[in-house]
Design a protein around this ligand. Structure first.
Ligand code: ZN
Length: 237
């Protein structure tokens, strides 16, 4: 069992329905007295991941009674403005490719900054001190808004700007995808590993009808490759 420090405090988890945010949600449910979730609709070209959200939450409630008692309200924020700001392979039909700036064209400028700001605004209203998000610097495709320093700067800005003492938690920041699978096992045993494998979605192309040993996806986009490689690494431990 993982070290557990369940308190009476409330957390808000950025929850997309993907592998990383589902493990983050389990991590929060193991630690905090009550946990709410927020999802963002920013005109993702495939809404498959968002469609997985209620399914994942229902499976968590059904499979983990202790967590079910702590899992509270879900919030959805419409951030379609992000898609209106310009081209990205995440919000329109485009080949996923590397840009001249060294960033893949799946990068949505400012996305995580906006996510954290909106999450903090909701946390403010909901009286949640803790904000949990799945940013990771280990295999982050170079997205500058996934960097630990970015998150720390955001924590400072949000606390100054809202006059609160939010704590931003990023439990995946320094671990790789294999270790994320292991974290799922540590938190919820093989039941959670299977839940993450079968119900969460990561594929950039929205493929949901092809099942691999690591879950559903096209198997060849960068997100699928990362997920498959991580699962293989986890299995090889
Ligand atoms: Zn894929």
């Amino acid at each position: 069992m993982p070290p557990s420090s369940t308190t009476t405090e409330k957390a808000l988890v950025l929850f997309s329905g993907g592998q990383d945010s589902t493990v983050c949600l389990a991590w929060a449910l193991e630690r905090f007295g009550s946990v709410e979730t927020v999802g963002f609709d920013y005109g993702q070209r495939h809404a498959v991941e968002l469609a997985c959200r209620p399914d994942v939450a229902a499976a968590l409630r059904a499979g983990f009674p202790d967590w079910a008692a702590r899992l509270g309200e879900d919030h959805m924020a419409d951030l379609s403005v992000l898609a209106s700001l310009g081209d990205t392979a995440l919000t329109r039909e485009a080949e996923i490719a590397m840009g001249a700036d060294g960033l893949p064209n799946t990068f949505v400028p400012g996305r995580n900054l906006v996510f954290l700001t909106i999450a903090a605004a909701i946390a403010y209203r909901r009286d949640a001190r803790h904000i949990v998000a799945g940013m990771c610097e280990t295999d982050y495709s170079g997205y500058p808004d996934c960097r630990d320093d970015t998150i720390k700067a955001m924590q400072l800005a949000l606390n100054l700007g809202m006059d609160r003492r939010f704590v931003l938690h990023t439990p995946l920041m320094w671990i790789d995808k294999a270790e994320t699978w292991k974290m799922a096992e540590d938190l919820g045993g093989t039941a959670l590993v299977e839940l993450v494998r079968d119900r969460t979605h990561t594929c950039y192309l929205g493929v949901r009808d092809v099942r691999h040993d690591w879950g559903y996806g096209c198997g060849s986009c960068p997100a699928c490759e990362l997920r498959a490689k991580g699962f293989a690494g986890y299995r090889a431990r």
